[in-house]
Ligand binder design. Sequence first.
Ligand code: GLY
Length: 304
Amino acid sequence: MGKIALVLHGGAWDIPPDLVEPHRTGMQKAIAAGWKVLQKGGSALDAVEASIVVMEDDDTFNAGRGSFINAGGEVELDASIMNGATFRAGAVAAVQNVRNPITLARRVMEKSENVLLVGMGASRFAREQKVKLCSQDDLLTLRELDRWRTMQSDPHFKPKDAFRKKRTASDTVGAVAIDKKGNIASGTSTGGTPNKLPGRVGDSPIIGAGTYADNGIGGVSTSGWGEAMIRVVMAKTVVDLMERHGGDPEKATQEGLKVLVRKVDGYGGVIALNARGEIGIAFNTPRMARAFMHTGLREAVALV
Ligand code: GLY
């Protein structure tokens, strides 16, 4: 059996002290869910989906319930997933009333001929696929309503500032896994940036920007200021850097961040895993919630 491994992120941003513990606990639950799948011989895709569903259901994170509210007062969600064995991918963007967008993204990959569905079309596909729907109220939290009200009175707020020090924004969850067959999968899910324009789509559902997987090299998921991530095609850039550096995920994530800063003055974090099950994590925000587990460890590591 090859080495199995799983790495997660739960947001790269200035996590305030009172939210550190909820993030750590949430990461522990999420890594336990994905690891259980891998340990039982399940697929990397199942593990990625299982971990991300846990984070989408936990309102600590900016994904699923607890997501940011857009300038129109609504929650619009983005997610993607990619199978490194087949290069198939599925994604949804600006979708409303879907409890677990990562599951819908997977259905797009497996039950349609398309890669990306948006808005009303994505919601219709969710109904056809019997993916769990919910009301806007089910996705809203008091914490985010308070943040949204505050932002309505701050005309100078820019989404990029949300990832810098002293701003209380959350960001995006993601997972990358390799299973016992050596198959690699990556996935990412988010509510986007706070007070975003209705219809705004970030990096998370863009294959190559937020998510990428290639069995021959590795997989990547990103977290951070999406506009910058899109401009440097961050996830694919890090996969390419891994290939250039003999598969080294640590070097690739660190160099990827340097590219992000040098070219577009970006902020965020990135997780990567290679075809040998080795893991790399890098971020340039004050904190990033992250967790990992592989066959060489006795227990999972969760850090904030
Ligand atoms: N990285 C999430 C977003 O910018 O939407």
